[in-house]
Design a protein around this ligand. Structure first.
Ligand SMILES: *Cc1c(COP(=O)(O)O)cnc(C)c1O
Length: 397
């Protein structure tokens, strides 16, 4: 191994790099100098700009998508005695958000040809389990779930659809943006997401009453927001607490970064799409590589490459290690919940229960992928991946 191959080397290609300019720096300084650091004017402006962008009547800024999921579920009545339905192929907080409310999690497998929840399995689950009170589809890597089928099933069973759109901004379809296709949608501004505030999230909801409930519960259950308390003519100490809420507001320092990132969301998307097109063009020449599903409105958050391990002399883990050793910051989205100790203990599930999720998990690697990737870096990823995969390819009879 030469020096150039070490992950610590500057030639190491990370899995993600955020793109900031002077605009974000100026925004942070503006907020610091204003003297108002917590949720205030910047957060309100971010909410209204985000609302206009995605075309949702109500957008509520929160300190993470995980908080947003919990708040949205709570507002739709998810609690003790209820379940949410999602897939095991997602980040853990899609499920633990429901557990924090005392609700349980039911799982349906993903589709054969995508990482999205399988609508047929959603219907089977709803038919047999009347305690399911919300469907939570996850648009893995930015590729959308079959929302039309899911919405149609949800309507028939009278349950809300809460989209985990953490990967799906800005995913535009003929029916609107992902995150506005169901009853609520949750976006993430975590450090590696398509736009970032370091930590943060946004909840988009259709219904005004649901929005009001989330607004109250994200702020201790207080019926009056902090900014109003300190800026209106009514005395600032006057407020009531109407229920046991949480602390999930987005501070203005982060909201100001979010406003700048939002302006660049479309150009970031174009840059990622160009990298994805080049990857797919290069990888589709090899029949033991499977390019990611690419349906209408794909936001291209991540590039999930699959390795047909039946045609290789080793498994996904060995390939991933070699890629890492060769200087690529690879990742895995996601370790399915049935592989996690928490889920095994709570629900006793295993890979046998979810053959499609299990198969994807055994064969998928997330490649370095971000908007600021230059052409040379993209070509180096392609060269490294194809060289290592070809070395392990079995010669077919
Ligand atoms: C990142 C992510 C979340 C959680 O987002 P946070 O903002 O970090 O809480 C939820 N679901 C999915 C699918 C994610 O990738």
């Amino acid at each position: 191994m030469s020096d150039n191959d070490k992950p610590t080397n500057e030639r190491f290609i990370p899995f993600f790099k955020p793109s900031f300019s002077n605009a974000e720096e100026d925004a942070v300084i503006r907020v610091l100098r204003s003297g108002w650091l917590t949720t205030g004017k910047e957060a309100a402006a971010f909410e209204s700009e985000f609302s206009s962008f995605v075309g949702s009547p109500h957008c509520l800024a929160v300190n993470s998508a995980s908080s947003g999921l919990m708040l949205a579920m709570e507002a739709f009545g998810v609690g003790p005695g209820a379940k949410i339905l999602t897939t095991p192929y997602t980040f853990v907080s899609t499920a633990t958000s429901a557990r924090h409310l005392g609700a349980e999690v039911a799982y349906a497998d993903i589709e054969r040809d995508s990482y999205g929840i399988d609508p047929e399995k959603v219907e089977v689950a709803l038919r047999k389990d009347k305690t399911i009170r919300a469907i939570v589809p996850v648009h893995i890597a930015g590729n959308l779930c079959d929302m039309e089928s899911i919405r149609e099933i949800a309507r028939r069973y009278g349950v809300p659809v809460i989209e985990d759109a953490a990967h799906a901004f800005p995913s535009k379809t003929e029916n609107g943006y992902a995150g506005t296709l169901g009853d609520a949608g949750i976006f993430s501004f975590y450090a590696t997401k398509t736009i970032t505030t370091g930590e943060g999230g946004m909840v988009a909801v259709r219904d005004g009453d649901v929005a009001n409930r989330i607004r109250t519960m994200r702020s201790h259950g207080i019926d009056r927001n902090t900014f109003d308390r300190y800026t209106s003519k009514t005395a600032s100490w006057k407020y009531d607490v109407v229920d046991e809420g949480w602390k999930c507001n987005l501070p203005d320092i982060l909201a100001a970064i979010g406003r700048e990132q939002l302006k660049k969301a479309n150009s970031f998307f174009e840059l990622r799409s160009a990298v994805a097109r080049r990857y797919t063009q290069a990888f589709s020449a090899f029949d033991f590589l499977r390019c990611p599903p690419d349906g209408p409105g794909n936001a291209w958050h991540l590039y999930l490459l699959r390795f047909d391990t039946d045609r290789l002399d080793c498994g996904r883990d060995a390939i991933a290690q070699e890629l890492q050793d060769a200087g690529l910051g690879v990742s895995m989205h996601f370790i399915p919940h049935f592989e996690l100790t928490w889920c095994k203990k709570r629900y006793g599930l295993s890979s046998d229960d979810f053959p499609e999720a299990a198969k994807k998990y055994e064969t998928t690697i997330t490649l370095p992928f971000y908007p600021g990737m230059d052409g040379e870096t993209v070509e180096r990823v392609i060269e490294t991946v194809t060289r290592i995969a070809c070395k392990h390819a079995r010669i077919r009879p």
